[in-house]
Design a protein around this ligand. Structure first.
Ligand code: PLP
Length: 496
């Protein structure tokens, strides 16, 4: 017979709501298996007769018999005719007892991660808002996306390739999409691309992590903009790289600091078309100087061209990759801003020598991107819909930026000064009054408004106090309500 405590354990297992979906005999079988795995029922110990256990649990004997039969089939118990059921000798090698609840809590706090795992965990990762609210930065307007058109193109793809779209895809990306991307960045971004040098990925973030792990060893130095995009910094820090901050001015990254740095570095990361978060455009002489530096030192230039589709005053400057004759530039692009973040398609335009290594490495991460989404996107681009969508959204966002600038000047003038950007989906604002950045961000959060503090983007957390205000994803009416709330929240803090 079971001891009282063992019987109670089985009963408690049966009563747990989490196990309610299992049939009764399976619940009894799992409960007894757990007693065996926990060491509460050792090898050779007898199990109660099925009739007796059925009586104690208030179930039919057939139910207990079904549970025992399963335990027997899995090798947990032996059944001896005439003498009953016993815990199998094989269970002697069962894992050690699970730690007591108290120990388990301790283990949860300090899991045994590798140094790399620890660094990845400590980086905090990159989590974007699931339901963006004003003024979460970097979010495009998705509520007006032409879903019907997308759906029609997806149906066309399915009709043409049929169940072929359900199979594994090329790890480098489907050929039509690589061709469409190469054509697009050649034409619009002045790149020097061919389809065979494009690697389709799930995101810029994946491209950054691939670069961090494939090109550098822990401890290698990399120059990064200061302030910098948090996703890039975290990808490099998680790979244990030594991030060397490089200051910025109105012309973008101060390349002369890199030239004058005696210890050098293996690479430089930058957002030259529209610096994140300041919005500066990197001057041509600095672009050329960096290309020269990379060639001379066999360094890499990692160019994150994340939102240059949205440039509101003339055309954006051509990308660095197109100016680099030495093949030292890795150009990274994404459809997160230009289409929608849920698409999860980004890409890297690689120097020829990196195409194979990077493609092989990505097979170890996720194999490949989903073929159906890639083929639909290729069709969206080939049919001119991408260009049309970007043009439409560019004028929507330009108008929204103008509205936000007006609202900030009208309602927040004592607190902040807007730094009107020439492009992108967010506007930096610099605090001018007595309000601290922390107080401003916290007051906003309490009022249901998202602001991304600028200091957190600076190396060491020291920078001009201020915040980013995303404007692309919010209508003028939504921004009007939010700015008024923000003004009220700031006044409350200052007057308290
Ligand atoms: C500078 C920069 N690069 C890349 C990204 C993200 O792109 P993805 O979603 O493709 O990782 C963002 C998004 O906020 C960004 O601001």
């Amino acid at each position: 017979m079971f001891k009282h405590s063992q019987l109670e354990t089985v009963k408690a297992w049966l009563a747990q709501p989490a196990h309610a979906a299992l049939p009764l005999h399976a619940r009894i079988q799992r409960a007894i298996r757990q007693l065996i795995l926990d060491g509460a029922l050792g090898a050779g110990k007898p199990l109660p007769a099925s009739r007796a256990l059925a009586g104690s649990l208030g179930v039919s004997r057939d139910t207990v018999e079904a549970a025992y039969a399963q335990l027997h089939a899995e090798g947990f118990i032996e059944r001896r005719v005439g003498s009953g059921s016993f815990v199998s000798e094989m269970t002697e090698f069962s894992p050690p007892r699970r730690p007591a609840p108290r120990d388990r809590r301790v283990r949860k706090q300090a899991p045994a991660l590798s140094k790399r795992g620890e660094a990845m965990f400590r980086s905090g990762g990159v989590r974007e808002p699931l339901a963006p609210r004003p003024f979460a930065p970097g979010v495009p307007e998705t509520r007006t996306f032409p879903l019907h058109l997308w759906e029609r193109l997806e149906r066309q793809v399915l009709k043409e390739v049929g169940t072929g779209a359900l199979l594994h895809g090329d790890p480098q990306g489907t050929e039509p999409l690589r061709r469409a991307i190469a054509d697009y960045i050649n034409l619009e971004r002045g790149a020097r691309a061919t389809a065979d040098r494009v690697l389709v990925l799930t995101s810029s973030q994946q491209a950054l992590t691939l670069c961090a792990t494939m090109l550098f060893d822990p401890g290698d130095r990399i120059f990064i903009e200061d302030p910098a995009y948090y996703g890039a910094r975290r990808a490099f820090e998680a790979a244990a790289l030594d991030c060397v901050p490089v200051r910025l001015d109105r012309q973008g990254l101060m390349a002369e600091q890199i030239m004058a740095e005696p210890r050098g570095a293996r690479a430089v990361f930058l957002t030259p078309s529209h610096q994140f978060p300041t919005g500066a455009t990197l001057a041509l002489d600095r672009r050329l100087a960096l290309i020269e530096w990379a060639a001379r030192h066999e360094g890499w230039i990692i160019e994150d061209d994340y939102d240059s589709e949205f440039h509101y005053a003339g055309k954006p400057t051509a990308c660095v990759q197109g100016l680099d004759p030495h093949e030292r530039t890795i150009y990274i692009g994404t459809f997160t801003k230009s289409l929608f973040p849920g698409l999860r398609i980004g890409y890297a335009l690689l120097p020829p020598a990196l195409v194979q290594p990077m493609t092989v490495a990505r097979t170890l991460l996720d194999g490949h991107s989903a073929p159906l989404a890639q083929l639909t996107l290729a069709r969206f681009m080939e049919g001119g819909h991408f260009g049309a969508h970007v043009r439409t959204m560019r004028s929507v966002y330009a108008a929204r930026l103008e509205v936000l600038v007006g609202l900030v000047r009208a309602h927040l003038s004592g607190f902040v000064e807007p730094r009107v950007p020439i492009g992108g989906l967010q506007m930096p604002c610099v605090l001018t009054g007595n309000l601290s950045e922390h107080a401003a961000v916290e007051a906003a959060r309490r009022a249901g408004i998202e602001l991304l503090g600028l200091s957190s983007l600076h190396a060491g957390g020291h920078g001009k106090a201020g915040f980013l205000m995303g404007f692309a994803a919010y209508t003028p009416a939504e921004m009007d309500v939010a700015v008024r709330k923000l003004a009220q929240a700031f006044r409350t803090v200052v007057n308290s």
